[in-house]
Design a protein around this ligand. Sequence first.
Ligand SMILES: [Zn+2]
Length: 249
Amino acid sequence: MKKPGPLNAPPEIMSVLDDLSRSHRILEMEGHGDMSMGHLSYRDPEGRGLWLKRGNLALSEVQPDDYILIDFDGNVLQGEGLRHLEWPLHAEIMKARDDVNFVGHSHAHFATVYGAGKGTLGPVNNHGVWFANGGVPRFDETSHIITTVELGKAVARTLGDAEAVLLANHGIAFVGSDVKSLTLCGIFLEWSAKFQIDLEASGNDFEFPDADETVEKNRRIYPEAARNNYWWYFNRKLDRLEGREPQPM
Ligand SMILES: [Zn+2]
């Protein structure tokens, strides 16, 4: 596999792409891997479009040079390698959401299992409480992958103001204002889906906790300090997995 040359991006952007590469690798470590499928993106701070992971590469293989810069119409402005077919999912979500600087898409197993059914994912454990404000809507207009602008817009509409959406019989999409929130959002979606699948399979009767209490709980358990703490935890775990001494953060 030919390795693309270095990107011509300033250090501020390369530093974010470094974190975003770690996020790809952390997500594979936490159950999001599906061969070379799945990709994260970063809104270009210079307004040109977005930095998208290049194709033919597993989440666990992504390094800081493995991105292409595309405009919101999908034209490649910089970088080498394949443009993922599902680029419109990223472009249309970013166009619809000013607050979103990062978009993720994967075929995480348990979240995809949950999205293949008709159930509602709810705040039945702490990880599910991440989604207290918007819930997790389900996009079921098609089971196809999101390869057209029209489908990208439709996914963005279903996502609305939420932080994640289940793509029926396909996978998930999730968003964040920064890399750590994007990463935690993806991990907690997968973990909460697994938890709820276990709960439902147990046959134990259950109901969702009170909605207002859930919103308050979200504020209490996921303040900025906790988000930093969890982001650093996953980085240390990644360092150990990749054979490095974890760096204090
Ligand atoms: Zn997909």
